[in-house]
Design a binder for this molecule. Sequence first.
Ligand SMILES: [Zn+2]
Length: 636
Amino acid sequence: MRDGALIYRTAFVDGLKPDPDLTVSQWADQYRMLSNKASAEPGPWRTDRTPYLREIMDCMSANSAVQKVVFMAGAQLGKTEGINNVVGYMIAHAPGPALFVQPTIEMAKRLSKQRLDSLIHETPCLAAKIAPARSRDSGNTMFSKEFPGGILLLTGANSATGLRSAPCRWVLLDEVDAFPSDVDGEGDPCALAERRASTFSRRKIILTSTPTVKDTSRIETEYLASDQRRYFVPCPHCNHMQWLQWKNLQWRDGDPKTAAYVCEACGCHIPEHYKSEMLRKGEWRATATSQDARTVGFHLSSLYSPLGWKSWEEIVTEFLRAKNDAPLLKTFVNTVLGETWEEETGAKLGAESLSERAEFYPASEVPSGASILTAGVDVQDNRVAVGLYAWGAGEECWLVSHTEIYGDPAGQKLWEQVDDLLLRDYPHADGGRLKVAAIGVDSGGHFTSEVYAYARSRKGKGVFALKGQSVRNKPPIGKPSKVDINYKGQVLKNSAEVFPVGTDTIKSTLFGRMKHNEVGAGYIHFHAEAGQEYFKQLTSERQVVRYVKGFAIREWKKKAGDRNEALDCFVYSYAALHFLYMRFNRNTIFEQFERAATNAPKKDENVQAQQVKQESPYRPPQRRLQRRASSFVTSW
Ligand SMILES: [Zn+2]
């Protein structure tokens, strides 16, 4: 009998006509009781005690247009009771089907037994609506609580079955950073749960959590996509509104007792006893534009914890205890500052470790073992960067040179210097000389047409225009598209081509290789002349994980302001190697080029060119042969 229809009918029959304008905070102030079992301050709830919770809770009110609330917070802020108020309001005032998700089933059980049972029993208007669990067929079990007009289902993010429940207007997701990234192979549990609410136009979703590790933190990702509200409070001295930041909390002589907040405007010290007044006069202000207008995000650190809860003195004490111990410091950053922790080791590749393994081989010479030279050109507004790399069997790789040429990419002179650098041959350590076989030039900047023109006129010399695609799982290089069209929109016969380059794929490959230390296939050699700036740029990016509709998306990101041209040039050089793979047999290409390089009979280049031509199943159309004996195969 306890089906959805009955629930809705009951709601109708009961004639529930709640005051449409009552908000969660008003409801809590009127009805909510805190027990002495669960709370340090038993008695009637007062929103004034934690004024910052008012707006967060009220966004969950039925009369608010907000559909999704993101709340990233430290400890000791009353977050849990705030969510309990939302649950109580929902049961008493705005009943409907609701799903409350904890990180695990075990935790959902605990939530039910401890938090919810005391919430219900100590607040009379809730106790009247939900029968005690003891009574038979009361509609009140560990994982489901029925009440007139609605039902509250409890589950763990580790249970796909629980998340696949019936549609729910209310979805509460608690401690989302502790959720597994995937549940039973069905994807992101947050997305699964949120989908339950998708059919309700007046849905209410709340995600809360203490954040964890940077880049993989769900709550931070959600917060960054929101309007990023901060709680601004006035300085008691100058009235300047500001949000409290850890960097402005100061103390003297290592003594936490001296902790005070330094106003960012007047520089005055604000002792903690001003806090209650500041919180009362505070207000939430958005610091960004939300990707979705109906999503709002709140961030709060424990610096805002009300007087008598967690003091600035305690926070400084905790910090001093933790500061030299990474795991303790991580806990401090997460639970006190309410911020993510940035992992310094592991995935991140340091410039120092790379430069330490630099070798002493001459720059601008092709080392023994390499047989193919490729180049990548990155075009900036006032310069180009040119990376030149040599490749051998198994894609063992050597940095030959990395050069920056300053000048105007819209003018001729700069490109002539690029020619001087790339349209020449380089001495090989084993004797002979090697031409640059393929040259990829980035057309993605502000000089697209100049790059097209440059590539078009040097097509026969292995130059091609490329455009990076930072999309996952793209091949290193894709099919080119013609870019020149006439006024009728027709592609010109001799059009320039641009090759899509899977920059994410290549970065993953190259970073993986930079990490491994065994000389041979896949190893990357750097010469000692490369310099710190080169290594800094090469390691300027790292992979971050972002969640899109429940799927983890790994992307390469650089810190704002950092230069990364060296990395881009390396990526394009690798794309250029794949450009050659489209034209030669990948299994034999290094041997072919090697034979061509070392056996290059100085007098008869035709033989050599012929050789390559015959062995390649992807025969390049050879219109003309190179004049110089040491050069070979550059015409397609
Ligand atoms: Zn001030």
